[in-house]
Design a protein around this ligand. Sequence first.
Ligand code: FAD
Length: 297
Amino acid sequence: MYIKDMFRTKEVVYSFEIFPPKTASSVETIYHTLDALHDLKPDYISVTYGAGGSISDNRTVELSSLVKNKYGIESLAHLTCISSSRATIDAILQQLKNAGVENVLALRGDVPLNGKAAGEFQYASELIGYIREHHGFGIAAACYPEGHIDAPSLEQDLEALKIKVDAGADYLISQLFFDNNYFYQFLERAEQKGIRIPIQAGIMPVANTKQIERIVSLCGAAIPRKLLTIMERYEHDKTALRDAGIDYAVEQILDLISHGVQGIHLYTMNNPYIARKITANISPLLDAKNRSCNSHE
Ligand code: FAD
């Protein structure tokens, strides 16, 4: 099933993101993670793509296939193009097709530190146009409520986003953010720009201060004072930080659903405990929204 069609039948699409285990020996842990995430009944699960992904050892293909074929959950395979030749992209898309995976998150990927991009595609929009023309997948793309870190301005980033949408993206998933106001302002600007496809809000629960600091330094998301205080207060108490991080994410998601967002994409960091707690807390509102959507059909 194409994920874009879920937005027609659901008021709020709810999905999870996982990443492939780093080593073959940790494959067992991913089964444990997927068993637990499966019970939470997400609408789909996306699988990230490592910058060094190769055709012969492609864990994204393997995991996306597992999600779809063993767990019966729709999967979305991430795919980056900046460091891959067209032949590699074709081969990976063929592997996905053979595995029955129907949806791809088409990304540029980060420019390698040496500045040399081996790929033939410079931007995600080029990859999206190529997939649209040569392969039959449902296509998602990334968006950045606070602007992409390389973009000279919010306006230029929005123009680049419009190019991606016009190239054929079906829907968007946002970069993580901790202040919903940025997301609401972004939705308004996107609407004014003529971007009319569904936009899912990407939410990352804070479970580990170091990890969040690293991610924030990479993507430039602002940390509101309230969250900074939480991170400082519980810096040395892992359990308290995890629980406060869950509460913060739940509050963010409930506010987003109440404001009518079309989807929530939870960056689970392969942590089923956190995903379970968050899902339990947001389910009553999520279910009520989706029930009211069905009763209007
Ligand atoms: P693009 O849309 O190509 O944009 C990149 C930059 O170029 C932006 O600054 C944009 O404003 C500018 N730009 C775009 N088009 C044009 C144009 N035509 N002219 C001028 N400027 C332009 N990375 C991974 O390696 N693996 C993953 O699995 C992964 N998953 C992600 C999932 C989500 C939901 C998100 C939000 C990001 C993910 N990333 C992942 C990170 C992503 O690869 C980086 O943010 C990357 O730097 C940009 O990718 P993009 O597809 O948004 O690029």
